[in-house]
Design a protein around this ligand. Structure first.
Ligand code: B3K
Ligand code: ZN
Length: 868
């Protein structure tokens, strides 16, 4: 059956609402009974029947105001229960049976390693019982969980525990009450045996909040960082936004089977254990960062998402874009480093630009959706965060805070739209955001082209801007949008030139480009300057300006903005990578090599930034710069540049590497930065001199006591296929084979092994006892490691890489449609590639599209990619 799209323009307010729901859930792995008692009210004047959503439920009984309905009183389909005759206000009682053990989709109620847990966002509650499963129906929930307390010592749900009793049959009943009305996507239940880390937080008004972190038995020594991050996040939200936590208890449960990072259920977050569990031995610096940001993210949702929620799922960016922006700012404040911004931009350029240019292009507020789970995208999340950041840039920190205050004053307790948010920002600041709203309506990456003119006589400098957004798969007509450009001008020595202009610049020299074209003239400019036009990546756009190599080197070496420095080097290197790929040249000019070397040896540049400045452009980032790609010449060109730079950087990197060794492991910003630069140096050493790097990798792996350095050694041995690669991989496997989370790192390396043996090796790895396709972390580590990072073999000339991925997708289609839909992404980009790759990729998609049990998730994505 072909699934139908829902449209934003078809939104209607609900015909009924539910004020209160009392749930009783009797846990049994294969036969859980769910009894719900709901207080339902008709909304508005109409005589329509009550239509509830429900999937994979076995209906036992329906009663209204205590009166059982017989089968003539209602009708059922695979997806709905319709009750024809209902009054204006009534009590509805429904009993259903469900089978959590058979639920491998990890949506609804399922089992994760023997523990019951739920995932309801976006539309999973309908797999638990019949309900009005939409975010604009807000009810008070009371939940009673009944189960065997010896098996499930912890039975948790949202809000506060209000009762616990032993039943006559030996089972235990625990009742939870959540005082805040909420949409059902925020419902959660967890039952299992865990170790518990407990702490508390005193809020700014003096209330004590109990903090509880539940982890798998034996993992308490990995829970401290998550707890510390939670307390930091609570304090940060009070300081920056004046927002205080609102319940007496905040619980976080870490589970091993989870589709995404985590879920912000009211008072009871459920987390992928990857974003909770960490200690120095088992987790990398990057893992610790991920924990801080995801713990922060879910906590921040308590206000941006839970207290004020979305009217409908098209408004997802209302809570996600805003909350990603908040977690990015939190991480920036915690690490106090400019490089967070560079890493955030790299995600936009490598992944979001690809989405904008591909078959699934959609605005941050989509207009048409078949499967909502397909829209938890880098566009809704990360571009959504960029859109919020632009408002912050335009209004300033104080203006943005005024807007947030007004937003909560107006909408606390409501389900609202993205327009409501922008309106609050606009009203609180009397700032015209009418053109800015285009960002919510239009997909695609705007391109701003800039030309300039310097007049030596009048000492004036003019910048001419024009903007254009290319057509996307979902929309052909585009209009001009509001683009904030943070500008700087520099003289030949790299010194900043003060900006004098009659044009209106907002705080921090931000120019608002509002029309298709516009010009700005600066006075008192004594020499022809080098412009920086998108400082801090002030807008998620592509900027075209014909920089000379020398101008880019000036910015790379002298600009005060870390992003601009990084961007300048990336542009320079990309320029020559393309020239080599196109056969126009074979080498990097000496002045660029010297420039990069000057950066590597500059003692003034802080280590974290230097590590970024020494990065090569990513393959994805490069692929997004052109319409169509012949992938193998591009990969070869990258290798040429890498080798050339490596031999120039070798001595410097070797010296730096030695200087950077630290006697003890510390988890502070400076030590992290040093480890990151030291890894970058080791990479350059390996590219120049594999035997030398091999020795260093073995020494690092053996002498180090922390996962960051050990994994750096392993990553480089694997990336450059060094002599010790296999033995190091074996050692790692021996040491960690019983630890799934750690083995994810190994699986990922196996996936991206740049070796002719990689296919035979993949088959071996799939047979390992710790590899399970049913576990999303395991599946993702190996499959995405190969298909999103192992370019040479994923794009193997005979198409075997595509075939391998297609086989995994076919298996995952029936196990876990959400994960299948995410992992298929590299194949859906087939139009980007030249023949024969494009045809081979397309052929695999066509086969998948023929599957008789193809999920809605894949139907939407594969269908769009094939143009159906
Ligand atoms: N809100 C959840 C995501 C739910 C995804 C459903 N497929 C996590 C987050 O963004 O915080
Ligand atoms: Zn979120």
């Amino acid at each position: 059956m072909t699934a139908k799209a829902k449209l934003l323009s078809d939104y209607r307010s609900p015909e009924f609402t539910i004020d209160q729901i009392d749930l009783t859930i009797e846990l049994e792995p294969q036969a859980t009974r769910v009894t719900s008692v709901m207080q339902v009210r008709r909304q508005g004047r109409h005589n329509n029947p009550l239509v509830l959503e429900g999937e994979q439920l076995q209906l036992q009984s329906v009663a209204i105001d205590g009166r059982m309905l017989d089968a003539t009183g209602y009708s059922q389909t695979d997806t709905h229960l319709t009750i024809a005759e209902v009054g204006d206000a009534f009590e509805l009682n429904i009993v259903v049976m469900i089978n959590p053990q058979a639920n491998t989709s990890l949506e609804g109620l399922y089992l994760s390693d023997g523990a019951f847990c739920t995932q309801c966002e976006a539309e999973g509650f309908r797999k638990i019982t019949y309900y009005l499963d939409r975010p604009d129906v807000l009810a008070r929930f009371t939940t009673t969980i009944i189960g065997d307390a010896s098996q499930f010592p912890f039975m948790l749900s949202n809000g506060n525990q209000v009762a616990k009793q032993q039943l006559d049959d030996g089972r235990t009943a625990v009742t939870w009450q959540d005082p805040f009305p909420k949409p059902c996507y925020l419902f959660a239940l967890v039952a299992g045996d865990f170790d518990l880390l407990e702490d508390s937080f005193q809020t700014m008004s003096g209330r004590h909040v109990t903090l509880q972190l539940f982890v798998d038995k034996g993992n308490l020594d990995r829970a401290d960082y998550a707890m510390a991050s939670l307390k930091n996040a609570m304090a940060w939200d009070e300081q920056v936004y004046g927002l205080e936590y609102d319940l007496d208890i905040y619980m976080v449960v870490a589970v091993d089977f989870f589709n995404m990072g985590a879920m912000e259920n009211k008072g009871l977050n459920v987390f992928n254990s990857k974003y909770v569990l960490a200690n120095a031995r088992s987790a990398t610096d990057q893992d610790f960062n991920g924990i801080e940001s995801v713990i922060g993210h879910e906590y921040f949702h308590n206000w941006t998402g839970n207290r004020v929620t979305c009217r409908d799922w098209f408004q997802l960016s209302l809570k996600e874009g805003l909350t990603v922006f908040r977690d990015q700012c939190f991480s920036e404040d915690m690490t106090g480093s400019a490089v967070n911004r560079i890493d955030d931009v790299a995600i936009i350029r490598s992944h979001q630009f690809a989405e904008d240019a591909g078959p699934m292009a959609h605005p941050i507020r989509p207009q048409s959706v078949i499967e909502m789970n397909n829209f938890y995208t880098v566009t809704v999340y990360n571009k959504g965060a960029e859109v919020i950041r632009m408002m912050h840039t335009l209004l300033g920190a104080d203006g943005f805070r005024r807007g947030m205050d007004l937003y909560f004053e107006r909408h606390d307790g409501q389900a609202v739209t993205c327009d409501d948010f922008v309106q609050a920002m606009e009203d609180a600041n009397a700032f015209d955001l009418s053109r800015f709203r285009t960002w919510y309506q239009q997909a695609g990456t705007p391109e701003v082209s800039v030309t300039d003119h310097y007049n030596a006589e009048t000492q004036t400098y003019t910048l001419n801007f024009s903007q254009q957004t290319p057509a996307t798969a979902d929309q052909s007509d585009k209009t001009a949008t509001h683009i904030p450009l943070r500008i700087g001008l520099y003289d030949d020595t790299g010194a900043a030139i003060p900006l004098n202009t009659e044009a209106k610049l907002t705080d921090g020299n931000v120019y608002s480009l509002l029309t298709e074209s516009a010009s700005v003239t600066f006075d008192h400019v004594k020499t022809a300057p080098t412009p920086a036009l998108l400082k801090g990546f002030s807008a998620p756009i592509k900027l075209n300006y014909q920089y000379s190599d020398v101008q880019l080197l000036t910015l790379a070496q002298h600009c005060e903005d870390g992003f601009t420095r990084w961007d300048a080097i990336q542009s320079l290197l990309a320029r020559y990578i393309w020239q080599i790929a196109d056969g126009e040249t074979s080498t990097l000019p000496q002045n660029i090599i010297d420039g990069v070397l000057a950066i590597a040896s500059d003692g003034e540049i802080e280590a974290a930034l230097k590590a970024r400045l020494l990065q090569l452009p990513t393959v994805n980032g490069l692929v997004n710069q052109r319409q169509q790609i012949d992938i193998h010449p591009l990969l070869n060109a990258l290798d040429v540049i890498r080798e050339q730079l490596a031999s120039a950087l070798y001595d410097c990197c070797l010296a730096l590497y030695q200087q950077l060794q630290q006697p003890d492991y510390q988890l502070d910003a400076e030590s992290i930065a040093k480890r990151s630069l030291s890894a970058s140096c080791l990479g350059w050493i390996a590219a120049a001199n594999p035997p030398a790097a091999d020795q260093l990798c073995v020494a690092l792996y053996n002498n180090s006591d922390n996962m960051t350095e050990q994994l750096n050694a392993l990553t480089i041995a694997n990336r450059f296929d060094l002599a010790s690669r296999n033995s190091l991989m074996d050692q790692f496997e021996q040491r960690w084979q019983d630890d799934g989370l750690v083995m994810d790192k190994w699986l990922n390396l196996q996936g991206c092994w740049n070796s002719e043996q990689c296919f035979g090796n993949l088959a071996k790895v799939e047979g390992k006892p710790f590899f399970k396709l049913t576990n999303p972390n395991r599946a993702r580590s190996l499959i995405a490691g190969f298909s999103a990072m192992n370019y040479r073999y994923f794009h193997a000339q005979d198409g075997s890489g595509y075939q391998w991925l297609a086989e995994k997708i076919q298996n995952l289609n029936s196990i876990n449609p959400q994960i299948a839909a995410r992992l298929i992404n590299p194949l859906t980009q087939w139009r980007k590639f030249t023949a024969p790759q494009a045809d081979q990729m397309k052929a695999q998609l066509e086969q998948i599209y023929q599957l008789s049990d193809l999920s809605k998730d894949l139907q939407e994505i594969v269908g769009k990619s094939l143009g159906h």
